[in-house]
Design a protein around this ligand. Structure first.
Ligand SMILES: N[C@@H](CCC(=O)N[C@@H](CS)C(=O)NCC(=O)O)C(=O)O
Length: 226
């Protein structure tokens, strides 16, 4: 049994938590403090001990300390190879890993830029960040979900988990899915129906609601709002 340190609005922690639930692995979840200014203060002692970047998620399994959601994915995959959450074929696997990385490191940074621009969504940097998000999402809509495919990289897996969390935050910050992305909307609905995803997205929606923050429309069912 390992311990996973995450935060109530940690999109990277949520990735790791969903994956652990999908694998059916027993674990203890520790939510680190998170203040009204969206800062992880005070830092949890275990997060400080394990991660020089002082970020969640952190996983502690006996004498093994890990940080970074993608590193945690790899450990979970080795711990519980079934159900596999990466494609088996090497090129398909490489492509899935590439998109998982792009979701975190190409798409999500545009969303992060919007965090500080919520009162200036008409400003050139905000417009550019929204355009970059739309371009990325359109690529998935047109290329990956074509031909009736249900998941981004073949079977359901880590890439779906990573992009679900990244787009959830894009939605919160004004760069969400648009009406011309019906396949991504259907994919998101499929994602939101998965028990592992519900177990993580539900508390996140309720945390937002409890803090008086907007809840994305596709998550409002979790808080009983319309
Ligand atoms: N690449 C890392 C990113 C982790 C990350 O940015 N974590 C955020 C929460 S979602 C955090 O702890 N931020 C606190 C800070 O940077 O001060 C991963 O995949 O785990």
């Amino acid at each position: 049994m390992f311990t996973l340190y995450s935060g109530p609005l940690s999109m990277f922690g949520a990735k790791a938590q969903i994956a652990a639930l999908e694998k059916g692995l027993p674990f203890e979840l520790v939510m680190v403090p998170f203040d009204a200014d969206d800062r992880y203060r005070p830092r949890h002692a275990e997060v400080l001990r394990v991660n020089p970047k002082e970020q969640v998620p952190v996983l502690v399994d006996g004498d093994l300390d890990l940080f970074d959601s993608t590193q945690i994915f790899e450990y979970l995959e080795d711990l519980a190879p079934e159900p596999s959450l990466w494609p088996r074929e090497p090129r398909a696997r490489a492509r899935a890993r590439r998109l998982e990385m792009e979701s975190d490191e190409v798409f999500f940074p545009h969303v992060v830029r919007l965090f500080g621009l919520q009162d200036a969504m008409d400003s050139p940097p905000a417009v550019a960040a929204c355009a970059a998000c739309a371009q990325f999402q359109r690529r998935l809509e047109e290329q990956l979900l074509a031909d009736g495919r249900d998941w981004l990289c073949g079977a359901y897996g880590y890439t779906d988990i990573a992009f679900y969390m990244a787009q959830l935050f894009a939605e919160r910050k004004g760069a969400g899915l648009t009406d011309d992305m019906p396949r991504l909307r259907a994919w998101r609905k499929r994602m939101t129906q998965r028990p592992a995803v519900r177990e993580v997205a539900g508390p996140m929606a309720r945390f937002l609601h409890g803090a008086g923050r907007p809840v994305p429309a596709f998550l409002r069912g979790f808080v009983g709002a319309t």
